[in-house]
Design a protein around this ligand. Structure first.
Ligand SMILES: [Zn+2]
Ligand SMILES: [Zn+2]
Length: 499
């Protein structure tokens, strides 16, 4: 599936030509411009067609002649400028050629707004109208492909926080907003796209429909940036982040999903800063005109990509640093991933069990999960060169080893147990034909722990990290969702080797 972004902006575009706020001025000065949001899929399907879709196509030298289906999410003027039907009619009016068919899909009111723009002799024949209602499924066929379109209810027609008493910019009784839908499009090869604009935080019904979809591309609106008190059926940076979380929990978004923020308005910081803010969420922005090519099955992406080169990589970081997500991204390059969870299940600790479940839900369905502390044996058991073994994480592994030896009160025995397991681990990493990605906690930077067991844990894990880093090709330190590649400076220094 080839997806071209004809526009990525909010209703008035970004910059808004009338506006002299710093965000609009920065974008203008940098030569950046975003027209209202519209996507062209495989040159045959157009998702939303506001006034800027045609201008965008013209500016990008993109022909729309092959478009057979136009799908409209709702009738707001930035998503539907029905005069496009007349302009399209003119393209064929005097050429004596057969006019190609067009299928127009839109919610009922939006569809009614289109009718006056269609030549009476074409209505129902050359131009066919199809009403879209949330929760339905349709087959869209073109000359050389077929797509399944599912519609999800948008949350566009009501303010986000009705209790605030503030009227929203989108009136609660805005009928065009109330019938808005989100689009789930799947092609013959199983490539899936979620197009989610305009909407506030997704309803439970919409989220339920994204369950296990494992989209290849998710385009979510992020209209309001750092302006949080807008009380509209749109998203801002805060609700955009929580929407991604929710979609990760339903496994709509996995480590292999490309997430793009669209419908961007001038309450956002300038694009480079916005990109920095989206990166920790696993999202990005693209310029108008960008084309993304999404590969279909794992087998196809495999042959197109070749096998990722073998690599051993240690990913360190503090709590909530983004280390697991980064490691999952590294592993996702491989067609076969074995995920080794070292976390001990403790059914008496509900919060811990929830965290394990959330981690598991985020992982693609085809990854195999093993729960073990026998890391060396596990690595030896998976010696496929095209595979990646992802170990998460060494902190819980060290804890489990000392727990099993009941050695928290016996520093010397704990050290012996952990170091001998670590020796076996580093040997297995060195000899592995499969790639190995290891996640570990960086716990040495804070204050000295007050308890003896806390100090023991810090020292043991520091030693494990040091030894594993020595045998890995790469080490990365994650801080606040950003990664720092660590250089090997130990060649000319003595390495402290006793915890
Ligand atoms: Zn809009
Ligand atoms: Zn709208």
């Amino acid at each position: 599936m080839r997806v071209r972004f004809l526009g990525t902006g909010a209703a008035s575009g970004w910059p808004n030509p009338y506006c002299s706020c710093s965000s609009c001025c920065d974008e203008r000065a940098a030569g950046r411009a975003r027209s209202s949001t519209s996507l062209l899929v495989d040159e045959q399907l157009l998702l939303d067609c506001g006034p800027a879709a045609l201008d965008g196509a013209r500016a990008l030298h993109q022909s729309l002649a092959a478009v057979e289906h136009v799908v409209i999410t709702h009738g707001h003027p930035d998503h539907l400028a029905p005069a496009f039907l007349l302009f399209r009619h003119w393209a064929h009016a005097h050429q004596g050629q057969t006019k190609p068919h067009l299928h127009l899909w839109a919610p009922p009111l939006a569809l009614a707004a289109c009718e006056p723009w269609i030549a009476p002799q074409d209505l129902g024949s050359r131009v066919q109208l199809h009403a879209l209602v949330a929760g339905t499924q349709h087959q869209l066929t073109t000359a050389n492909a077929s797509y399944t379109l599912r519609t999800l209810p948008a949350s566009h027609g009501r303010p986000v926080e009705p209790s605030s008493g503030e009227p929203g910019q989108d009136e609660p009784d805005d009928a065009l907003a109330s019938e808005a839908v989100l689009l789930d499009l799947e092609d013959d090869d199983g490539v899936r796209l979620l197009y989610a604009t305009d909407t506030g935080p997704l309803s439970p019904a919409a989220l339920a429909m994204t369950s296990d979809r494992e989209y290849h591309l998710v385009c979510i609106e992020e209209t309001f940036g750092s302006f949080l008190d807008h009380h509209t059926g749109h998203l801002d940076l805060r609700t955009f982040a929580s929407t991604i979380e929710h979609l990760a929990n339903t496994r709509a978004i996995t480590a292999r999903t490309t997430v793009i923020a669209v419908h961007l308005g001038h309450h956002n910081p300038p694009t480079p800063k916005l990109r920095d803010m989206l990166a920790p969420m696993g999202a990005d922005v693209v310029d108008d005109g960008t084309t993304l090519t999404l590969s279909a099955s794992r087998a196809d992406s495999h042959s197109a990509r070749n096998i990722a080169p073998r690599c051993t990589h240690l990913v360190l970081g503090g709590a909530r640093s983004g280390k697991s997500r980064y490691a999952e991204g590294l592993s996702a390059q491989f067609d076969s991933v074995v995920y080794i969870a070292c976390a001990r299940r403790d059914s008496t600790d509900a919060e811990w069990m929830e965290r394990i479940a959330a981690h598991r839900q985020r992982r693609p369905g085809h990854w195999r999960t093993e729960e073990t502390t026998q890391l060396a044996a596990s690595i030896k058991g998976h010696q496929d060169e095209a595979a990646c073994i992802l170990i998460d994480c060494l902190g819980t592994w060290v804890t489990a080893l000392v727990d099993d030896a009941d050695a928290w009160q016996d520093r010397s025995r704990a050290t012996t147990v952990v170091m001998s397991a670590c020796d076996a681990l580093t040997t297995a990493i060195s000899e592995s034909r499969a790639s190995v990605v290891l996640v570990s906690n960086e716990v040495g930077s804070g204050v000295v722990p007050s308890s003896a067991s806390g100090r023991l844990f810090r020292d043991l894990l520091g030693m494990v990290n040091l030894r594993v880093a020595q045998v890995c090709d790469k080490s990365t330190l994650m801080v606040a969702g950003r990664g720092l590649a660590l250089a090997d400076l130990t060649a000319h220094s003595t390495v402290e080797d006793v915890p």
